[in-house]
Design a protein around this ligand. Structure first.
Ligand SMILES: Cc1ncc(COP(=O)(O)O)c(C=O)c1O
Length: 462
């Protein structure tokens, strides 16, 4: 990518340096091989509008990932920015440690009103990892209050991503993310996920749900605190549940007194066509963790939404949840969330997703004539294409091949062709799409054009 930086800044020693040079010298990007930027430019995005973002050279990209499943209402919404500015002028910050402020109160009530069942109590955090961390601690201490101090284990799924803080990491089921930090806090156990693409014919559709019961029995029900699952699992490529999966998991959790956490950091706020993913699949968890789309990421915020039953022991006498973060419920983030949810209401974004997801899906299904396209799966505006060596045998790429294909070609080629999406090999290699919820036929056609061109070339190279 040729670059003529428009943005030139002054370094401390007075020399002029481009943002590229400063980024390469000083910015430590997350989950990023920094050495790659010895050979190429850092992608520097400076502006966003609707479904599109623009880099430092003015080149336009279709944000097919909503900036990592975040900007659900789309970029450049002035009314969210205005609400944040207004709040910053009125009360830029006060903490939720023993104090409240209007926006956090209003938002908690609004979120509780949208949440399924009796999930009525909202504990704000600064993001998704903090929400998961908080939920895991909440479950352990809930059981202690109920005289079941032995319940400390969690059950999560293989290849699932639940965050990187040490507690959340114990739920994350991706060995490569866990190994560098081991030993992790004790008690993280993993069961198979719902990826049925390579399941043998005739397998019980509820096999993955039954595996949760088997794991609880193996570990000993009196030691198990919670089960944490995403409505549609992100890592591994938009793994949807089998019909009846969630109902069976709910039954199992109830049978053994285990709390059910629906980790909706991605799957809430319209991503699956409903405020919460649990509503799409018709189940009531004990706890929902959320973040990202809550504010459409105009300001960082997460939340743990808790049922009356789970909150109750913490509301009595001298009891409290001995846990918190300075910035949980930040007024400016709460104001952003309120303005974001106003947009959801006014534009009926959940309905738009439900109306248009079939069209998005058909477009992706239409790519199956490209030999490298193995599976197309997902729900709402959250879909993945699994890449294979052979469509008939479903043979996948080996680690080295995957590296060459994804990092060596696909990621760069998609970006160069103006599409931001995710080429991910945390499970089998997949391309993931999760466009802003305002995207429509025009954007689907644009996505189709880039994917067809790049995947056809990838097929020839593989
Ligand atoms: C399901 C899920 N849980 C937790 C997290 C962690 O969220 P954060 O990156 O905001 O800490 C993520 C992040 O993508 C996620 O997808």
């Amino acid at each position: 990518m040729a670059t003529t930086p428009q943005y030139v800044t002054q370094t401390e020693d007075g020399e002029e340096s481009s943002l590229q040079e400063l980024a390469k010298r000083h910015l430590w990007m997350h989950f990023t091989r920094m050495s790659a930027y010895e050979r190429c430019e850092v992608p520097i995005l400076v502006r966003g509008e609707g479904c599109y973002v623009y880099d430092e050279n003015g080149k336009r990209y279709l944000d097919g990932l909503s900036a990592l499943f975040c900007v659900n209402a789309g970029h450049g919404r002035a009314e969210i920015a205005d609400a944040m500015a207004e709040q910053a002028k009125q009360l830029a910050f006060f903490t939720n440690w023993s104090y409240a402020h209007p926006r956090a109160i209003e938002l908690a009530a609004r979120v509780a009103g949208l949440a399924p069942g009796d999930l009525n109590r909202v504990f704000f955090t600064s993001g998704g990892g903090e929400a998961v961390e908080s939920a895991l601690k909440l479950c352990r201490t809930f059981h202690k209050h109920n005289g079941e101090a032995g319940r400390y284990k969690l059950i999560a799924r293989e290849i699932a991503y639940h965050g990187t803080t040490m507690g959340a990491l114990s739920a994350t089921g991706i060995p490569a993310l866990r190994a560098p930090f081991e030993p992790l806090p004790a008690g993280g156990h993993h069961v198979p996920n719902t990826n049925s693409y390579r399941w043998p014919e005739g397998r019980d559709p509820l096999w993955a749900a039954e595996a949760i019961e088997a794991k609880i029995l193996f570990e000993g029900p009196e030691t198990v605190s919670c089960v944490i699952l995403e409505p549609v699992q992100n890592a591994g490529g938009c793994l949807t549940p089998q019909e009846g999966y969630w109902q069976r998991v709910r039954e199992i959790c109830d049978k053994y007194g285990v709390l059910l956490i629906s980790d909706e950091v991605i799957c809430s706020w319209g991503r699956l066509g409903h405020p919460f993913g649990a509503q799409r699949y018709g189940y009531e968890p004990d706890i929902i963790t959320t973040a990202k789309g809550l504010t459409s990421a105009y300001s960082p915020m997460g939340a743990v939404i808790v049922s009356d039953r789970v909150a109750e022991p913490f509301m009595e006498g001298a009891n409290m949840f001995v846990h918190g973060f300075t910035f949980g419920g930040h007024p400016v983030s709460a104001a952003a969330a309120m303005a974001n949810l106003d947009i959801f209401d006014r534009e009926d974004l959940c309905r738009h997703v439900r109306d248009k997801e079939g069209e998005l899906r058909s477009m992706l299904e239409g790519l199956r004539d490209i030999p490298i396209v193995g599976d197309v799966r997902g729900a709402g505006f959250f879909h993945a294409i699994e890449l294979v060596k052979d469509q008939d045998t479903k043979e996948s790429f080996g680690d080295g091949e995957s590296e060459t294909l994804l990092r060596g070609y696909l990621s760069g080629a998609l970006y160069e062709n103006g599409l931001i999406c995710r080429a991910d090999d945390r499970g089998d290699p997949v391309i993931q799409l999760s466009p802003p919820l305002i995207s429509d036929t025009e954007q689907f056609a644009e996505i189709e054009g880039v994917l067809r061109k790049v995947l056809t070339e990838a097929s020839k190279r593989s």
